[in-house]
Design a protein around this ligand. Sequence first.
Ligand SMILES: [Zn+2]
Ligand SMILES: [Zn+2]
Length: 356
Amino acid sequence: MKTVAVTKIGSLRDPDPSTRGRVDVVDFPRQPLGPEDVRIRVAYAAICGSDPHLAEGFFGTDVPIGLGHEVSGVIEELGEHAHRNGLGVGDRVAGNFLRFCGTCRPCQDGRQQFCEHIQDYNRPGMAETVTWHESQVYRLPDAVSLRAGCLLEPVSVAVRIADKTRMRVGDRVAVCGGGPIGQLALQVMRRFGATSLTMIEPIAARREMALRHGAEFVIDPVGEDQGVRAAEITDGRGYDVVVDASGSPRAVGGLLDIAAKGATVVYGAMYPEDFAMPLNLSDYLYLKELTLTGVFVSPYAFPRALQLLPLLALDELTAAVFDLDDAVAAFEAHVSGAHPKVLIRCNDLDETGRTS
Ligand SMILES: [Zn+2]
Ligand SMILES: [Zn+2]
């Protein structure tokens, strides 16, 4: 079965081809179908900002490493007991690439993100089919296309970011980083009742995209004085909620200075393993009482992400599509930054699930 995988560890951005990481289409065996499992013919799998980190060996260096956790498709087969959520053959679905077992102590303690069996069903979905436990699979609303449906997982991350902000209606909110997660978080925070909603992003096209989807203000952190602009927008008080979706070591430190007293700052991205941020405890935790937190994965967020999916503007995030056989070119396009997001069409399925 064709599957997109990392075949050589290294940065996909490395200018030297001898040390650069590689992604290829390889042949993987089809995943087994257990009695509570669902086999999905994959329609679309989106490339995630975290995929290049996998190529760098962040989660392990044994290649090949199968990719793809932002997936939509059509159910082609169910295990004999996979009927608790009413799923059936032909259903258009998306899902959570992680299965939270529900049985281990963290799961029982309301902290599924720390499930001790979280990897058991983490299977590559940038493939012809993916087989998940039924608890990972959600039927898409009729109004959501398969093409938009593959964004359920990143939308769930935006929902989890919103959860971690503990935002109140009317709070002033800034989002740093106009990639897919930042754009989705911006849209979710807008619906949540954010005010002074600001996108901080150095690339003009991404700032413009944010303005089309609900940002009231944008800040160019390279061309403008971020602190001065934030003070102008917030009457000198700072933002009650600051979300980092950039993952950029250059960007993250300054966010503490634009946070209001008592604010929550969510570091909602992946960061370089060896990056440590200086933190003045007196200024930021004693005098300003900031709450700093992060997001690992997105438990308890998928049912609400499914509700939001038809309400979000997703066309620009699903415009660039490559075929599975062109996955190498798709990753080159992703790394080039030419598109807000890149999708891989893993099977040519129409919206009824038939091969077109
Ligand atoms: Zn992702
Ligand atoms: Zn568990």
